[in-house]
Design a protein around this ligand. Structure first.
Ligand SMILES: *Cc1c(COP(=O)(O)O)cnc(C)c1O
Length: 226
C-alpha cells in the first residue's frame, strides 16, 4: 500500500505539538503496516500501541528492538503468552486471573512487566474494566508481593464513545480523582504508580485536562483506519 510520508510527518508533528511535555504519546499502530510503523520510528517515535496479541507478536521481530510496545486492547488470558516476551506496558489488565497468568509467563520469560489496571468508566459501550470497588483487594495483593514479576504502574480507562463532551469529561474526571486518591492515601507505591492512560484521538485534550499523562492516539497520526 502506498504511504504518504510527508502527510504522516505533518500529522505526527501536529499531534506532538499539542501535547504538554509531561504527557507520553503512545502511537496506536493496530492494523498499520510494518512500513508505516518504521516510518514513524524514523521520525524519532518509540512508543507504539497494539490491540491484537498475534498481530503484535508478528510485527515485533520485524521492527527495531528499542521500540516500547504497549498492549492497549483487551487481553484474553490464553493470549498473554504471545506478548509477554517483549511487551513494555500492558494497559488493559482487568482481572486477577489475567494477573496470575501474566505473572506465570513473566516468571518463565525471566522478565518483570509493567501493568496498568483498567477501570470501567464508561456508562455503556464496554463490558471490560474493573469497578473501583474491585481495586482495594488487588492493590493489597500487589503490596503483599503476590505478583513479584509485575509492576503496577497506574490506571487506564476508556470513555463512552459519544459526542457529548461533558459526559466524556466527567468520566475522565472520575478516573483522575481515583488515580490521585490512590496515590495520596498510600494504597500504592507512588514511586512506580505514576501513569494514568486515558484519551484517544478525539478526546485526548479532555483526558489531559483531567490529569491523564499517557494518551493513545491512532487515527490522528496515521489517518483513518482502512
Ligand atoms: C484504537 C484504540 C485507540 C486509538 O484510537 P484512535 O481513535 O485511532 O486514536 C486508543 N485506545 C484503545 C484502547 C484503542 O483500541
Amino acid at each position: 500500500m502506498h504511504m504518504d510520508r510527508a502527510a504522516l510527518k505533518q500529522r505526527y508533528e501536529q499531534v506532538k505539538s499539542g501535547l504538554p511535555p509531561h504527557v507520553t504519546l503512545v502511537a496506536v499502530s493496530k492494523t498499520r503496516t510494518v512500513e508505516e510503523i518504521q516510518a514513524l520510528y524514523e521520525l524519532g517515535h518509540r512508543d507504539f500501541g497494539e490491540n491484537y496479541p498475534q498481530e503484535s507478536r508478528d510485527k515485533q521481530p520485524l521492527l527495531p528492538d528499542d521500540i516500547r510496545w504497549h498492549f492497549i486492547g483487551h487481553l484474553q488470558t490464553n493470549k498473554a503468552k504471545y506478548i509477554v516476551p517483549f511487551i513494555h506496558l500492558v494497559h488493559g489488565v482487568d482481572s486477577e486471573r489475567l494477573l496470575e497468568e501474566l505473572e506465570k509467563r513473566a516468571t518463565a520469560a525471566g522478565r518483570t512487566i509493567d501493568v496498568l489496571l483498567q477501570v470501567r468508566i464508561a456508562a455503556e459501550d464496554t463490558k471490560h474494566g474493573l469497578e473501583a470497588t474491585d481495586l482495594p483487594p488487588m492493590l493489597k495483593a500487589f503490596s503483599d508481593g503476590h505478583w513479584p514479576h509485575l509492576r503496577l504502574r497506574g490506571l487506564m480507562g476508556m470513555a463512552t464513545l459519544t459526542d457529548n463532551k461533558d459526559k466524556v469529561r466527567a468520566e475522565f474526571a472520575g478516573l483522575g480523582f481515583l488515580y490521585r486518591a490512590l496515590r495520596a492515601d498510600g494504597a500504592v507505591d507512588r514511586r512506580s504508580f505514576d501513569t494514568l492512560s486515558m484519551g484517544m484521538s478525539d478526546d485526548s485534550d479532555l483526558a489531559i485536562a483531567e490529569g491523564g499523562n499517557m494518551v493513545r492516539i491512532g487515527t490522528a497520526i496515521f489517518g483513518p483506519r482502512g
